[in-house]
Write a protein of this length. Structure first.
Length: 281
């Protein structure tokens, strides 16, 4: 299919060694699903391109000591995979990233590297304590996802690095979870606010919890005060433990075409309660 785009110096490496060598030779724009890259390119893609579609290591989901998801894995594969119950939060989000065509092409790594404040994949991965695996000719390093996302369209990725995988530690694959998203309509919508919640329950009480909110700050954030208040709470009392002040203290929303900051603050409180209730149900 001819998209009418001039693509200079296009490379499609067949191994990770070749891919990082090409990156070390000079900055390249990386292409996986292209669902963010193509719409933002205008009449033509500029600069040398690196197509990641030929790297099998980046297109698989591996279990073992935790969960490793290759950066080029599309959302449909995540949604359809047989994963631990705790990953339901991520699979729910995978079914709400754009429409079916976007879900089939768009990748988890692209969603993170695009670093949109409204990226649907980020709150679930924060709730799952995710780390990112970054690779270059200098070697491999891991960062907590919260440390990788620096702000709108800003990440800690160095010019000679690429995001190879998302890693969820075994300890975070416990409990139950839920993802709740608010938009102007039910599908094909950019979030006004969204919440991911994961809880571990023992003996009718919450032993541990992780709650993250997206679209209400420059990057999605965890809610430490809310999480601390929930530990030890009886399941039947948990939703009542969520204080509006604790939720809103962690957020810094803006006014934009989708909602006001005030509306986002109020919505976030309600969505936290709904996500928690669904995870506990």
């Amino acid at each position: 299919m001819n998209l009418g785009l001039a693509v200079p110096d296009f490379a499609r490496p067949q191994s990770m060694t070749e891919a990082v060598r090409l990156l070390a030779e000079g900055r390249r724009r990386m292409l996986a699903g292209g669902t963010d890259l193509y719409p933002g390119a205008g009449p033509q893609l500029s600069g040398p391109m690196l197509d990641l579609g030929g790297l099998p290591e980046m297109s698989s989901i591996e279990t073992g000591a935790g969960l490793r998801i290759g950066a080029a894995v599309p959302w449909t594969a995540i949604a359809d995979a047989k994963l631990p119950v705790a990953c339901r939060v991520m699979q729910q989000a995978a079914r709400q990233v754009g429409g079916r065509q976007v879900q089939a092409a768009g990748t988890i790594g692209g969603n993170l590297c695009n670093a949109s404040p409204a990226a649907d994949g980020v709150p679930p991965l924060l709730a799952l304590e995710a780390e990112v695996e970054l690779i270059s000719v200098r070697g491999t390093r891991r960062l907590p996802l919260q440390g990788f996302l620096l702000g709108p369209r800003r990440t800690a990725l160095q010019p000679d690095e690429m995001l190879a995988a998302v890693v969820i530690p075994d300890a975070a694959l416990r409990g139950r979870s839920a993802f709740v998203k608010l938009g102007a309509r039910s599908h094909l919508v950019i979030s006004i606010a969204m919440v991911a919640a994961r809880v571990v329950v023992e003996g009718g009480r919450i032993r541990e919890t992780a709650i993250a909110v997206g679209s209400c700050s420059p990057v999605a954030v965890r809610l430490p005060a809310v999480e601390a208040a929930l530990v030890g709470a009886a399941v039947k009392d948990a939703v009542d433990r969520v204080r509006a002040a604790d939720v809103q203290a962690a957020l810094s929303p803006i006014d934009d075409v989708r909602a006001t900051a005030e509306y986002r603050r109020a919505a976030a409180v309600e969505l936290v309660r709904r996500a928690l209730a669904e995870a506990l149900a």
